[in-house]
Each structure stands twice: as structure tokens, then as C-alpha cells.
Design a protein around this ligand. Structure first.
Ligand code: ATP
Length: 242
């Protein structure tokens, strides 16, 4: 499913943090939203997930307006926020079952979908483990499994690898890309780390609230006459990327 952001601007009080941002996420593709701290990524996620109310512009999911038909549109979205939002004292299975219940699934359906997601994320053996006992990478995988329980078409992840060590970051990134390839999920992965972005990705570069690029990495480098994504980022923003 496509996601289209049209003319999004946003202010906190008098401070403008998003300035006429428009882009389209293509059906079934992995998109990287790259921007340094403070670029406006979390604010954009807040708007995409209705944590923040749209002030200007609209967001369309498969053509359905988030403004006009929020319930229908939101059903298509699964989200993983920057901060871990699992109950540490509940087991992996309990966290998922609770979430499935919130989405109105029957007990039978909840069990089926939990089992399927746990298998997909190679977590079946951890179903009965309290989340507190999991490492950071596994916790993140549980969060993604939870975000997919209601079978959304679009998965939004706000800096999901923050706080993970390099191998865990790479595994998580690979896993989500695999999901995209296997199940046609549309993904938006926000990050400030260039190493999580590949030249084949659709790349959105957000800087000081403005979208400076929206293209695949190869085209971006070709257009800017640069030899790497890091150099392209520097050329566009005047900043180093980590
Ligand atoms: N509740 C708020 N009130 C006022 N200003 C805010 C608020 N939340 C964020 N900002 C400011 O808005 C700008 C964009 O912040 P935002 O968190 O969206 O960026 P980000 O790209 O997600 O950065 P980070 O990676 O640090 O989370 C920053 O200048 C930030 O200080």
C-alpha cells in the first residue's frame, strides 16, 4: 500500500519544525528516512501515527485520508516508536496477546497470529520469557512482531536501532528488509545512521524540517556527482552524518 504525505507543515508554538513536506512511499518497498538529530523525524512520525494532530497538509494511506477517515487509515499502519513500549514484567506472549486483544481479535485468532509472528521473528522459543530477560535486539524484534499482529500494510519504525550494538542493529535492519521482500510490506525506517541505508533504498533526507531528497540512493549520488551516500548527505545538508 502507498502512503502519501501532502504539504505537511508543523509548528510547536511559534517554532516551525516541518516545512511543506511531501513524499510518497511506494507499495512494498523499504524507505529510509535519514536526518540528523532535531531534523523533525519524530514529529513526522507523530503526525503519521496521529499522536500529533495535523496542522497543515494531509496524509493518505492507499488513498484514504488520515484526516477524514482516521480509523480506516490507521488500521493499515503498524508502528515501532523510538522508546521501548513493552511491559517488561510480562512475557513475550503476554505482551503480544494483550495487544491483539486491543485490536479486537478473538482469543483463537490472537493465539494464531502471535504464533505466526513469533515464528517469523525467530522468537517462538522465547514466548514464555519475561521481556526483562531479553537483550535489546530481541526486545526490538518483539516490538516489530507486535506492530504486525493486526496485519498492517505499512510499517513505520522511528530509529528502531537506537541503543543496540552494531551486530544487533545489522540483524534488525536485515530482518525488516526481509519482511519487505517476503510479504510486500511498505516500510519507513527512520535513522540518523548512514550505515543503515543502502544505495538501492528509496531515501528521504530530512534536514531542519525540509525534505531535501526523495529518490533512490544511486540516482541521488548521480544527480549530486558524489561517490557515496555519506558524501551526498554532506553536500545536501552541510553536515557530517554518523
Ligand atoms: N514538544 C516539543 N515542543 C517544542 N519543540 C519540540 C518538541 N518536540 C520536538 N521539538 C523540537 O522540534 C525539532 C524536531 O524534533 P524531532 O524530535 O521531531 O526531530 P528528530 O529528527 O526526531 O530528532 P531526534 O533524532 O533527536 O529525535 C527539534 O528542534 C526539537 O527540539
Amino acid at each position: 500500500m502507498t502512503l502519501e504525505a501532502r504539504g505537511i507543515s508543523f509548528h510547536y508554538g511559534r517554532k516551525r519544525v516541518l516545512n511543506d513536506v511531501s513524499f510518497t512511499l511506494a507499495d512494498g518497498r523499504f524507505h529510509a528516512l535519514l536526518g540528523p538529530n532535531g531534523a523533525g523525524k519524530s514529529t513526522l512520525f507523530g503526525l503519521l501515527t496521529r499522536l500529533l494532530a495535523l496542522q497543515q497538509g494531509d496524509i493518505l494511506l492507499g488513498g484514504v485520508s488520515l484526516k477524514r477517515q482516521p480509523a480506516t487509515a490507521m488500521h493499515q499502519i503498524g508502528v515501532v516508536f523510538q522508546q521501548n513500549a513493552l511491559d517488561l514484567d510480562l512475557t513475550v506472549q503476554q505482551n503480544l496477546m494483550y495487544h491483539a486483544g486491543l485490536h479486537g481479535m478473538s482469543l483463537k485468532e490472537s493465539r494464531l497470529r502471535c504464533a505466526r509472528e513469533l515464528e517469523r521473528f525467530e522468537l517462538s522459543e522465547r514466548a514464555g520469557t519475561p521481556v526483562r530477560q531479553l537483550n535489546g535486539g530481541h526486545r526490538r524484534r518483539v516490538e516489530i512482531a507486535r506492530a504486525l499482529l493486526h496485519q498492517p500494510s505499512i510499517l513505520l519504525l522511528d530509529e528502531p536501532s537506537v541503543g543496540l550494538d552494531v551486530p544487533s542493529r545489522e540483524t534488525l535492519n536485515r530482518h525488516v528488509r526481509q519482511l519487505c521482500d517476503d510479504s510486500g510490506l511498505t516500510v519507513l525506517w527512520a535513522t540518523h545512521l548512514i550505515e543503515e541505508v543502502r544505495p538501492d533504498d528509496q531515501i528521504l533526507i530530512l534536514h531542519q524540517g525540509r525534505l531535501l531528497a526523495d529518490s533512490d540512493g544511486h540516482s541521488l549520488c548521480r544527480d549530486k556527482g558524489t561517490s557515496s551516500l555519506a558524501e551526498t548527505f554532506r553536500t545536501l545538508t552541510g553536515e557530517e552524518v554518523s
